[in-house]
Design a protein around this ligand. Structure first.
Ligand code: ZN
Length: 293
């Protein structure tokens, strides 16, 4: 059962998610167009350039009321706008429900400050990963603002929410360092950033030499660096997941005659989320399968 006060909190999180999804739509549209600022000017129709008034800009609601068309020129507005808003709203609500799930009626209300910080960190990471994935799909670039921003912020996020490294510290194992979980997570983040970006850069360099063409963009290297800054050495599991899923999708795409190169960013984003939420379980599964053979 969900208590009333808990329902209010979950609704608030869902509405916040819808607003952040709406903001991400702006980020995804404007960030790759370098002459545009995120904050200004106000939104305009991309077809007829008329200003979009506030009541035509309400997350989830306006797209439905306008039936997916501009009020003035009736140009089609991509359903992706409302899908992104709905996705972030759903993620925020469901992740809070799962996060604080303990079988108690008031699990969300009883959550500690540490749990809320960890929830907020994953919500932020999800939002940034979604923006990166969509920009990569649209433009085949991963903007520095997000990747380098992630590298700068990542170690701090690891310090704030060390649980995403699942209690396993490479630095402690290697150096026999005795420190608190937060400091260890930060140290692992710095190591993971350097190792992840370094290895991916090396793979790209070898690939470019072997195939005599640019196989991987430097944006991917920076994105892996940002992921490692928070995940520590778990970044390599995320890279394996991304490559595995990417290879499957790539083969399916080739079979369907989609010859064009698919961007790697969305797969990296998926790999990071999988490892954040189920890294140890996935590792156990694979190690178990390896032992069985
Ligand atoms: Zn218009």
């Amino acid at each position: 059962m969900i208590a009333c006060a808990e329902g209010v909190i979950l609704t608030f999180l869902g509405l916040s998610g819808a607003c952040i999804g709406s903001f991400l739509n702006v980020v995804v549209y404007r960030l790759p167009r370098e002459c545009m600022s995120i904050a200004r000017p106000r939104s305009r129709c991309t077809s007829c350039a008329s200003l979009i008034v506030w009541y035509d800009n309400i997350p989830l609601v306006s797209w439905i009321l306008l039936k997916g068309r501009c009020r003035h020129c009736k140009a089609r507005i991509s359903p992706r706008y409302i899908l992104v808003e709905a996705l972030v709203a759903t993620w925020f609500t469901l992740s809070a429900l799962m996060w604080f799930w303990s079988g108690r009626d008031d699990a969300v209300l009883a959550a500690s400050e540490t749990e809320w910080i960890a929830w907020s960190v994953q919500a932020l990471v999800f939002s940034v990963l979604l923006a990166l994935a969509l920009i990569d799909i649209d433009h085949r670039i991963l903007p520095d603002e997000l990747t380098i921003g992630g590298m700068v912020l990542g170690p701090a996020l690891a310090f704030a929410a060390p649980d995403f490294q699942h209690g396993r510290s490479f630095v402690r194992a290697l150096l026999d360092l005795d420190a608190g979980p937060r400091v260890l997570a930060l140290a692992d983040g710095l190591v993971g950033m350097a190792a992840g970006a370094g290895v991916l850069w090396l793979i790209g360099w070898l690939g470019a030499r072997a195939f005599r063409r640019e196989a991987m963009g430097f944006g991917d290297v920076k994105m892996i660096g940002a992921m490692g800054a928070m995940l520590g050495m778990w970044v390599f599991l995320a890279l394996v997941v991304a490559s595995f899923v990417g290879a499957i999708v790539g083969v399916i795409g080739m079979c369907l005659g989609q010859g064009r190169q698919i961007p790697f960013g969305p797969f990296l984003a998926a790999g990071m989320l999988v490892v954040m939420f189920a890294g140890p379980q996935l590792l156990e599964l694979w190690l178990g399968m390896a032992r069985a053979h």
